[in-house]
Structure formats: C-alpha cells, structure tokens
Design a protein around this ligand. Structure first.
Ligand code: PMP
Length: 970
C-alpha cells in the first residue's frame, strides 16, 4: 500500500536540494528539452522555469514526502479544471518516458518525483503592486468559485492526505507550531486566535460539505495578465500541490485570507465573497464558518511560515514571506471574530434589525429627575458646523455647549461625525461612534441601568449586566465599587464633560469610533444604548447612499451622468475639500467653478444679505448691477467696456454668437476642433469635442467650419512645427472668404482647456485674429474655463497670446458656483444686437447674482488668489514633472498656473492614449481622498483645475496620491 503523506507524522518539510544545472540536465535527459533554467520560489518543493526555444515550462521537483499518487491526482485535477472552465489557464503536465506525467528524479535521500508542466503566461497576482481594486478582488472570488465548482466533480479520485494546509487541521497545526513564532507575544496571539476560531467553528465542523479543493488558491498561485485598463486581472491558476478533500468553503477562506496583505481593512475581502457566492452560493452554515476559517488560515500560515523559515534557513522565499504572513494574521484578527463574521455575512445577506439595549435611566439631575438629552447633530450636514468649525480643536464640545436650554446633549448612535474627518488623508476616518456620547451642560448623576459588578479598565468603567451585555462608560467620575443594584448611583458627570455610553456583548472592550466600512458589522456587537438615556427614542436608520442613488436615477435624467462608479454622497464643501456623509474628506482638484473654494463665508453672507434685501431683474434700477458691470469692464483692456449678464457659459457663448451674427449679417463661424462651448443649439453646433458628444464631428450644420486643434504634443504638427497650425487656420479662413463665406466670427478658448490645459502655440491667435478681422469677422475668446486668474501669470487666457478679442465670454468662476455668465464687448458691438430686438435675461444681472459676482472679485483680490495660482501651480507642476521622470505612463505635463493637464499614454513614442487607465486611476484617486477626472477627446488627461486657494500641502497631497497610485497600481 502506498504510504500517504501525513503532516502530523512529518512536520518539517525542507524543499528538495537541486541546482539549476542539475535541473537543466534532468529536463534534457528525461524530456529531450533544452532550455535556460532559472529557479522559482516555493515553500516545500523546488521549482524551475525552463525557457526552451519553442515554449516555456516549469519543472516541479516535489518534496520527497509526496507520493506518486498525490502528484498524478494533481495533474488530473488541473486537466479537469481546464476541460470544464476553458477560460481558466492551468499548467498542463507533459508525459515523460513510459507515458506518465510523474517521473522519478534521483536525489539524495528518499525517492523523489518531478513533473514538467506548461508555463502559464503572465505573472502571479501577488507580484503586482500592493493594491488590488475591488473588481480584481471580485475576479479572484469568481475564479475560486469556478475552480471549486469544477473540482467538485473529482469526488473519490484524489488519494486521502492529511495536509498541514487542510483547514480541518489548522487548529492543531497552530497548537503544534505556535512556539516557532518569533514575534513578541506572537505565540499567545496565534493560540488565542486559533482557539477562539475553532470554538466558533465547532457547531458546523461536522456538517460542512466536503469536496476536492485546490487548497491554495491565493494571489501567489493566481496568474494575472494586464488588461486594457492597465489592471492585472486573474486569468489562471497554478500549483495544485495542496489538492485534497476538505471543506468546500475552505477554498474561499484561503483565497480571502491571501487578500489581507493588500490592505489593512478586512472589508477588502468582501468583493471576493460576493463574487464567489454568485457562482457557488454560500449556505448559512458556510457563511458562519467563513470568518473562523479565515482566522485559522491566517494563524496556520503565520506559524507554518515561521517554522519553515527555521527548519530551512536558506529558503529565501519562506523568509521573505514572514512579514507578509504576519500582517495577514494581524489584519484577520484586527476585529473580533464576531465582527469579522458579521462583516462577511452582511456582504451576501440582507441587513439585520438593529439591536437595542434596555435598562433603567442612566443620567439624572437632583430631585430624582432622569435627564433626556437633546440630540446634537455632528454629521456632515449639521448647521452647527459651518465655516470650517468642524476642524477646530474641541469642536464637538463647543457645538454641544452652544445648544440652549438643555442640561445635556447627546450625539446619536452610529452618526458619522464630520468632526472626526481628516483633511488630505489616504484613509477614511474612524468617524462613527458605536455608542452615544453625552455632553453635560450641568453636573449630572450617573446611575446603574442594571445590576452588575463594576470593573475598571484604563479610562473606562465596565458594568457587566444581563445576557452577557456590558455597559462601558468613559468620562464619568465613577466612585461606586464592586456589585451595584439597578438604579444605584455610580458617580457623577461634571458640567462641560462628556460621557461615552456604549453597550456590547463582546469579551473585549470595543473601540468607540470605527470607520464606516466596518461600522455596521461592529454595531451588531454593540447595540444601540439610546434607550438608557431616552426610553422613548425610536431607533432610526439613515437613508443609504445607494437608496438615494436609486431615487436619483428614477427622478433625474440619467443622461446627466455622475463622476464615479460608486459615487460618494457629498453633502458639504469647505475651502478646497469636499466631504461625504461618512465624514470622509476629498481634496477637490477638479472644481474650476469654485475658485474661492467651497462654502466661502464672505460669499455666503453677502448672498444672504442681498437675498433678504432684494432679488429681481435688471429692468429695475439698482446699485448691484451697475457696480458689478463696472468691475467686470475694468478687468478688460480697451475697447472692451460693455457688459451683458447671463447665467451660464452656454448662454454667454450663445449670446456671443448672436452678437457676431447680428453685427456682421453673416452666418458662418470658424471654431477649433476638440472644443466644448455649451449645450444649446448654437453652442453645441460649434462644439466638436467627441468626449462630450461622440457624434460631434458628423452632425455639424453647414455654417460651422472647424480648424485643427492646435495640439503641439500629439496633433498633426508637434513641437517647433506647431507654428503651422496658425498658418493652416489662416489659410482656411482666407479660403472661406474667397469662396464667398467670410466668417461672422472665429471662436476659441484662448488657452486650450478642453484639450487638457494646453497653451496655444505662440502667435497663434495673433495670426488667426488678423485673418478674421481682414475678412470682416469678429474674434470671440471663450474664457469660461481658463480666465479669471486661474493661469496665475495672466488673468485672462488671451493675454498669454498677446491679443485683444472683440468679444469675451465668462462664466463658471465668476459666480463661484452661483449661476452667472457674462459677455464683455465693445459698446458698438453690443449696440449691434438691437437689430435682433432687445436683450433680457430674467435672472441674468439679478441683484443676488451681481453681489455674488462682486464678492468673488473682492475675495480674489483680497486673498491674492491669482498669485497663489501662480506659486502653487509652479510647485505642483514641478512635482508632476518629477513624477513623469519615474512613471513612464505620464507622457506630458501641460498647463499653466492651476490649469494643469497630466497626459497619460501607453507608449511615449507612439503616444497611444491611456483612457481606460486614466478612468481607473481616477477611481483609485477617489479612494485615496482626491477628486480627479479625465478630459480631452481621448479622455487620457487628468484635468487639474482646483480652487485657486489650494495650499502647497494640498498640491503635495495630490502629487503623493498620484505617485502612490502609479507605484502600487490601480
Ligand atoms: N465654454 C467652455 C470653454 C466650457 O468649458 C464650458 C463648460 N464646460 C462652457 C463654455 C459652458 O458653460 P456652462 O456649463 O456654464 O453652460
């Protein structure tokens, strides 16, 4: 009878000793294949890459402990997966002499076997940078499910083995090997974790379904190929060396555990579980077992790695993995097992009813009157946190004490607190309180809600109560000791102090604040204690982001798209930052509208004041419209001194075209390709950006004539040849005139915003404007995006070109988000509109709009924002140029001041654009706390146009985030 491998008989398995030269000779002798042989890493085997002329192979010299039967079963399993799941690439074993795929190899010691298998092209997924996007995590779960589904058909065809890696043995493995753990406190930690997990698993252990599993379907054994978006996606599975019958769900546990070294947040594994469940539905028992199995796998990995490193000190692969395996263990146990289990359960099952805790009243004032605190709102939408108050030290207490008439106020259970946000942080904050926090306005008495025994823990007091529930109080002066009765006085809460009230049925003290990704899972172990301070309270659940998104899609035309795949619910802006309803901050690097930043108090106050005074239309006579028009006109060179006020960029450009038509009596317009000027009929006609409208070029009316986008980076003329764009445009204009269609106007952005923030070639507008004027047309500069100080060196884009247009359009920045647009032109051109009737816009030039516009100009001046755009813009540009030195995907850094474009390419010589990569990079930037979007017709340019007040620290945070994404992957 064949001797099957039993780990418990043979715990130490050093890898076979064989050199690459010996391996090469063996491959030649056994298979007749010549190739260059290099060593690959393995824990217990010796693996070599064989690079032959026609193909690549892997020679696998198995650990002497494994039998021929085992190895043949592995080859059978791989072939079986290949047949049932042709999309999954697996190594195919090559038969050797006698037809078997398993061949003897003469090494010292016991009989040893070798196999030659085909090399699966690609790299192992764990090689990739340390970041795995949720889609990739899901793809791994999907792969595990498909592999498992295929292997289920091999029942009875795999010899029995008792493997170290079989999770049925994990608790035993940990017990035996714990002492190998060299980390201080490590042996106790692994033993405790394994014991707790084994106990939680015990009720299911006897009945979980069994099947043949791969058993080591980790990121180390999954082959990935680079996809169109530059992400590495799983395509294959290798190394069937741990193939055995075990719990079916162990496959997913192993895969999930391996993901934990990619991120400190245990919720990282959830997309894999969701994807697995879709292919191979997870039963309730399996779901309950999965958390314990993840912990057991993590503990078994940690102890086995440490043991292997000690018995086989030369095995570099084993030693290098130690830190990674320990990180996996720490992350698997970073939350209590109950929380991990609930996190996993909730990913594929409906949310649970929220648990509540009952007891007698906790807080009292003298005369035996229980206190019911008023509720204090510290959420993102709180009206008590305007003007950046939430960032001030002591903001929570200050907001609490501002509330009139209450003896105490309380922050609701699970309310995400904006006061816990962190600016410019790669991680989401621990913003959610797992209990109620009470701020006392006057001295209060604290009484026991239930009978129990007082225990002291650091800064908290615990009172164990009914049904394993513990009350945790932090912040009160508790004088009571030992056993107390329900209603007994425990101590006092001093005026101005805060008390955190938390109940939990966990054995250990829970944190008070947790990040949103883990809050619901923690809440299952930390019920709502509101009933202890307000028996009449009705638990409420805030509407979810997802539910609101559904409502949006139902009511708001979805052709008005949103920025992100999973859009955060943004409900507040402050200066250069946006905040979602979970209290996470985002640096706003895309908002060219809010040049002053968000929530500017001067603007808010002025608008409120004017709104209370008067808001009407410009047919009335009032000061604001006069002052604002004078201020605007003063910003422009002579002879541009006459202002029209409208409500948007579209309206401004539309009106500019009307002025050109009215003044010249002509219809034809020359515009620059790849531009966007608005959505109305006329402005859409002159917009040819295919990023906004894929059919833009085919649907032009006959009066629109376009000239090439003067793109000196990737257009027809590049570098020093870019002068020729101007020559070609002049020739087109001359030809139109000669053909009897002299243009009414030439329209362009004066700095090419929509193409990614590129300067026009030197002299371009001088040449083109001269030609247009010779032909009797007008020159319109669209300054909607690039004007108003954003370029730093210039207030208007046309200054950079040394020209003065006839008509200038402005919007976006001029109202800092309040709908405001303007056309500024000469008195004569303005007068020319009369042939069309008179001009009126109901809200254009309203008192509120004019006040908004004036305050924007005042703040721009007083806060020296144009100068800031120049200084920070230069710094940012230097940082980005330095990134371009290290990251080949950055083809160019365009722009000036705070209009910057980072163009991403697949190849610096062909300039092949990288749009899919750009989109994926923007998604990852959002996870890291930066709002960024693609632009240009090729959607491969990061459009960087933040509020003009961003700081050097903000610019650095952005550059650091981009560096991190380009380094770790996306
Ligand atoms: N012109 C340019 C150059 C623009 O970028 C835009 C908006 N992106 C517009 C006009 C239209 O402005 P609005 O969206 O305010 O109508």
């Amino acid at each position: 009878m064949t001797q099957h491998f039993d780990f418990f008989e043979e715990a130490a398995l050093p890898a076979p000793e064989i050199t690459p030269t010996q391996a090469a000779e063996y491959v030649q002798a056994t298979y007749g294949i010549n190739g260059v042989v290099t060593e690959l890493g393995s824990q217990q085997d010796a693996n070599f890459l064989v690079d032959a002329d026609d193909a690549r192979y892997v020679l696998k010299v198995s650990n002497a402990a494994f039998t021929r039967d085992d190895l043949e079963a592995q080859d059978l399993a791989a072939a079986h997966v290949a047949r049932l799941e042709p999309d999954i690439h697996v190594p195919v074993a090559i038969p050797g002499p006698g037809g078997s795929t398993v061949q003897p190899i003469a090494l010292e010691g016991r009989p040893t076997y070798a196999r030659l298998v085909t090399f699966v092209a690609g790299d192992v997924l764990s090689d990739s940078s340390s970041y795995l996007a949720p889609e990739i995590v899901a793809a791994l779960g999907d792969l595990a499910a498909r592999t498992s589904r295929a292997l289920a058909g091999l029942a009875g065809q795999v010899p029995p083995r008792s493997l170290q890696w079989d999770l049925r043995n994990a608790a035993e493995v940990v017990t035996r090997l714990a002492d190998f753990v060299a980390v201080p406190g490590g042996p106790d930690a692994v033993l405790l974790a394994a014991r707790t997990a084994a106990k939680a698993l015990a009720p299911y252990a006897g009945t979980l379904p069994l099947q043949v599993i791969h058993g080591d379907l980790t990121d180390d054994n999954v082959i990935a190929a680079v996809d169109a978006d530059g992400r590495r996606r799983p395509v294959g599975v290798i190394d069937f060396g741990d193939l055995a019958e075990s719990w079916s769900i162990a496959e997913l546990a192993v895969t999930s555990t391996s993901l934990l070294h990619h991120s400190p947040d245990p919720s990282t594994i959830l997309p894999a579980i969701v994807a697995y469940d879709r292919i191979r539905p997870i039963s309730d028992d399996e779901l309950a077992a999965l958390g314990p199995l993840v912990v057991l796998r993590a503990a078994a990995l940690a102890v086995s790695g440490q043991q292997q490193a000690q018995v086989d000190r030369d095995n570099r692969y084993a030693t290098e993995n130690l830190a990674r395996e320990w990180a996996i263990f720490e992350r698997a146990t970073s939350v209590p097992l109950e929380v991990l289990t609930e996190l996993i359960r909730a990913s594929v099952r409906p949310p649970r009813e929220r648990r509540t805790a009952d007891g007698s009243a906790l807080l009292w004032i003298a005369q035996d009157r229980p206190v019911v605190p008023a509720m204090l709102d510290l959420s993102t939408t709180s009206i008590d946190l305007h003007d950046g108050l939430f960032l001030v030290e002591g903001a929570e207490a200050a907001a609490a004490l501002k509330q009139d008439g209450s003896v105490a106020v309380a922050v609701p259970y699970l309310q995400p607190r904006l006061t816990r946000t962190r600016l410019n942080s790669f991680e989401a904050p621990a913003s959610i309180g797992l209990g109620v926090e009470v701020f006392a306005v006057q001295d209060l008495e604290v009484r026991a809600p239930w009978a129990g025994v007082i225990e002291r823990h650091d800064d908290a007091v615990a009172l164990k109560g009914p049904e394993g529930m513990t009350l945790w109080l932090t912040g009160a002066n508790v004088s009571a000791e030992g056993a107390v009765d329900a209603g007994e006085v425990l101590g006092r809460l001093a005026a101005q102090a805060s008390l955190r009230v938390q109940v939990s049925d966990l054995d250990t003290r829970p944190p008070f604040f947790v990040p949103a990704s883990l809050a619901a899972a923690w809440a299952e172990s930390c019920p709502d204690p509101t009933g202890l301070i307000n028996p009449a309270a009705v638990p409420t659940r805030a509407a979810s982001r997802e539910a609101l998104l559904d409502r949006r899609d139902n009511a708001f035309a979805t052709v008005q798209e949103h920025y992100f795949r999973e859009p955060p619910q943004i409900e507040r802006g402050w200066q250069n930052h946006l905040f979602d309803t979970e209290g996470r901050s985002y640096l706003d690097m895309v908002n060219n509208v809010s040049i002053l930043g968000h929530g500017h108090p001067r603007l808010a106050a002025a608008i409120e004041r004017q709104w209370r005074l008067l808001n009407t239309n410009s047919r009335f006579h009032y000061r604001a419209v006069v002052e604002f028009s004078e201020r605007l006109a003063a910003l422009l060179p002579e002879p541009l001194d006459t202002v029209f006020l409208v409500n948007s960029g579209t309206e401004a450009v539309d009106l500019a075209l009307r002025l050109a038509w009215a003044n010249t009596g002509r219809r034809d317009i020359v515009a620059v390709r790849e531009a966007y000027h608005g959505w109305s009929d006329a402005t859409d006609a002159v917009s040819t950006s295919v990023a906004d409208n894929p059919n833009a070029l085919d649907s032009r009316p006959s009066w629109v004539h376009t000239v090439a986008a003067p793109n000196a980076y990737r257009g027809q003329y590049r570098g020093p040849d870019a002068d020729r764009y101007g020559e070609d445009a002049v020739a087109s204009i001359n030809k139109l005139a000669e053909a009897g269609h002299p243009p009414a106007a030439f329209l362009s952005e004066s700095f090419y915003g929509n193409a990614g923030g590129m300067a026009l070639p030197d002299g371009y507008l001088q040449a083109v404007y001269a030609a247009v004027r010779r032909a009797g047309g007008l020159c319109i500069a669209d300054e909607v995006q690039v004007g108003y100080g954003r370029l730093g060196n210039h207030f208007w884009g046309f200054e950079q070109q040394g020209v003065v247009p006839d008509v200038v359009t402005v919007a976006k920045a001029m109202g800092n988000g309040h709908p405001l647009g303007a056309v500024i032109t000469t008195a004569a051109i303005a007068e020319g509109y009369r042939s069309q009737g008179y001009f009126f816009s109901s809200a254009g030039g309203s008192p509120v709009s004019c006040v908004a516009g004036t305050v924007v100009l005042n703040v721009l001046r007083d806060e020296q924002l144009q100068e800031n755009a120049r200084l920070v813009g230069d710094h940012l540009r230097n940082r980005l140029l330095e990134l371009a030195d290290r990251h080949p995907i950055i083809g160019a850094v365009h722009g000036m001041g705070l209009y910057v474009g980072v163009e991403l390419v697949r190849d610096r010589s062909t300039l092949e654009p990288a749009p899919a990569e750009t989109a994926a990079i923007c998604e990852r930037m959002r996870e890291l706390g930066v709002i960024m979007q693609p632009t240009s017709d090729r959607l491969c340019v990061l459009k960087i146009k933040p509020p003009l007040g961003i700081t050097i620290a903000d610019a650095d945070f952005f550059a650091d985030a981009l560096d991190r994404v380009l380094t770790e992957g996306w």
